[in-house]
Design a protein around this ligand. Sequence first.
Ligand SMILES: *Cc1c(COP(=O)(O)O)cnc(C)c1O
Length: 485
Amino acid sequence: MRKAKALIFELGQPGRRAVDLPACDVPAPAASDLIPAAFRRKTPAALPEVSQLELMRHYTALSQRNFGVDSGFYPLGSCTMKYNPKINEDACRLSGFAALHPLQDEATAQGALELLAAMEGYLAEIAGMDAVTMQPAAGAHGELTGIKLIRAYHRHRGEDAVRTKVIVPDSAHGTNPATAAVCGLEIVEIKSHPDGAVDLEALRAAVGPDTAALMLTNPSTLGLFEKNIGEVAAIVHGAGGLLYYDGANANAIMGISRPGDMGFDVIHFNLHKTFATPHGGGGPGSGPVGVKKDLIPFLPSPVIVAEGGRYRLNHDRPLSIGKVQSFYGNFGVIVRAYAYIRAMGPDGLKAASEDAVLNAHYCLSRLKEKFHSPFDRFCMHECVLTSKNQKPYGVRTLDIAKRLLDYGYHPPTIYFPLIVEEALMIEPTETEGKETLDDFIAVMLKIAAEAETDADQVKNAPVTTVVGRLDEATAARKPVVRWKP
Ligand SMILES: *Cc1c(COP(=O)(O)O)cnc(C)c1O
């Protein structure tokens, strides 16, 4: 049942107000003192004139149209939309953290520096790395930082002029090749083996004296663990290249296996995925980068140094790639992730990964009865299915995603990874219970049945949302984002 709501511009009456302010008891400055004449409005802005109650209902209605992990199941593959415990919010709002000024004297910010140093240590331990920088503001920013570190390493060895290529598997997230391109490097894409793994022959053919790095996600975006990772690392290192680990899928391995032990030289984590800090809506995020010993001199400046129980920032780093973010990173996000790691402890983090894998595998095992599974392998924290079985009825992945909205579920990631036709990528995360998974699975199976008996019902979905199916091309090319009377 679709119900169009009046826009806020259509509510209220001229002269109506949400607050009553007392008359100004000081002389008001002349408008000419505030805004130069050229920039002053000729006519008043067409602002809504509403009561406080109308205003409140407007914003409350908007908030209810929003979908978040706190309102329902959000199995968005690759994004790890796990529940973010609210204690993290309490921790980052403690005034000792929240009221700090970034330019405050180090001596008065010892607690914050200690927390940053502790996080560097925890993440280094979880990743199997020797040092970590907390500066990068997101995963993609971590990649940029990491590839710059790798370039600095090659430059220091006099090899950056020849090491100009970054190898990326065709299953990679788009940010990997984008990062390499932004760093001025050439991208060499290698095809995945039919079983979803890195094709070792293709990798051997691609590496050479011009290889700067291989960028890899493990488990891959197909939700599959790279079982030949030791050999992959040996091939790249044998050619003098370095291995970059895209840690967006670390939710499958934390506390169990470590990228550093797999042979990676540089990694990023997405604190806003794996370490339970809020995301969606564009941030802020946090994408700390970890490195092996040989890359430490190039880390962004400043670095935190502990001396006799005190902490200070060291800016004297001649080989550093410089600063990659104002101040010390998105500190509030880091505090949340710190609270999460401390609350979970090593055993808790390991259990979270185990449960994430169990949940995904449970979904895969039950859904593959009706949905085509392109890889007959054990999945990790997410699984990839397709709508191949529904194709004969004219039902596509997009239709299934839209129909899920009618049942109150956020759709999975669709049409990614690109190498799987009509992909549906489901990541339930460890924070969901069996009842939720069973209900979601029942809905998915029901949609599969609808596709067979009443395909139009699926193709015309959603019917319960405020807005139905958009003409997406027109919405993207000619967006109407401005109200006009
Ligand atoms: C999310 C993601 C990224 C990018 O991370 P952001 O924090 O969104 O910049 C990179 N790679 C993979 C596999 C991802 O899932």
